[in-house]
Design a protein around this ligand. Sequence first.
Ligand code: TXA
Ligand code: MG
Length: 309
Amino acid sequence: METERPPFETQVQPFGADAISAAAALIAQGQCVAVPTETVYGLAADATDGKAVAGIYTAKGRPSFNPLIVHVPDLAAAERIAIFSPVARDLAGRLWPGPLTLVLPLRPESGIASLATAGLQTIALRVPAHPAMQALLAACGKPLAAPSANASGSISPTSAAHVLKSLGGRIPAIIDAGRTSLGLESTIVAVAEDGTLRLLRPGPIDLGLALSDTGAIEAPGQLASHYAPAKPLRLNVTKAGPDEWLIGFGEVQGDATLSGGGDPAEAAANLFDALHTAEDSEKPRIAVAPILARGLGIAINDRLSRAAA
Ligand code: TXA
Ligand code: MG
């Protein structure tokens, strides 16, 4: 994917008060910053800001949207975002902070950008143990979406040098706290409302669960649980039929627009909300205007073609 933003002169700063306040200021501006956790370095942005989350995808050059892990400082913050069953609360109480991610039902009033969850009604949450990520969460006062801080298709970074090699020039800053202690992404467990557990990704914490065959984490873009609208979807439409709700882009206005100015980052931020709105409309079908297949437009088209399939 091409970059849509001017290249950055990536600053690598040692972990400390200055690095954290500089990083928090960038995140408040809607930028993303690489920060160590105990597992791998993450590329963090404000999870409540859809355009900031879109910036993660731009920086990683990820050709499709998959739901991201949202990091919070503690269980209380997590409970404001997701619904915890007694089983989930027990796991969190024993294993947070640490390398465990819980997939839980999302609270409708969570304020999390729909791009962060790829439109799902569930959310992956983690309370990291690393002091740098904890300091950044405290300084930002926002939940932080953070996938591994590497370009799409390359290996996960366990040092600032790895991040620089992969994303140098594509992000404004890297907080350097040396090598990560675990070097492997967190264990992901989905907790159903009835307390049933499914292992979606093996990791540093072993709960004695077998990998769930419905997890399909190896091909995240094909996650069975991916949001798909319940109505037929037609792509590359410039003029909708009378029974179609048209999602516009750029010059194609539609019933709602992803981005009137044709901005792919804005369109990505609005994508899943627009699909939900279309699904809730009185029209039995959904049509979507052509999206230029450049930059984030490639990921948008990937997601739309899956939704239309
Ligand atoms: O160790 C880690 O977990 C690192 C550090 C930076 O915290 N983060 C990380 O994040 O690996 P990420 O966003 O790359 O991991 C996302 C994984 C994907 O495999 C995705 O499919 C799964 O989490 N996931 C996220 N939300 C989900 C959901 N609602 N349901 C099922 N799987 C979900
Ligand atoms: Mg990754």
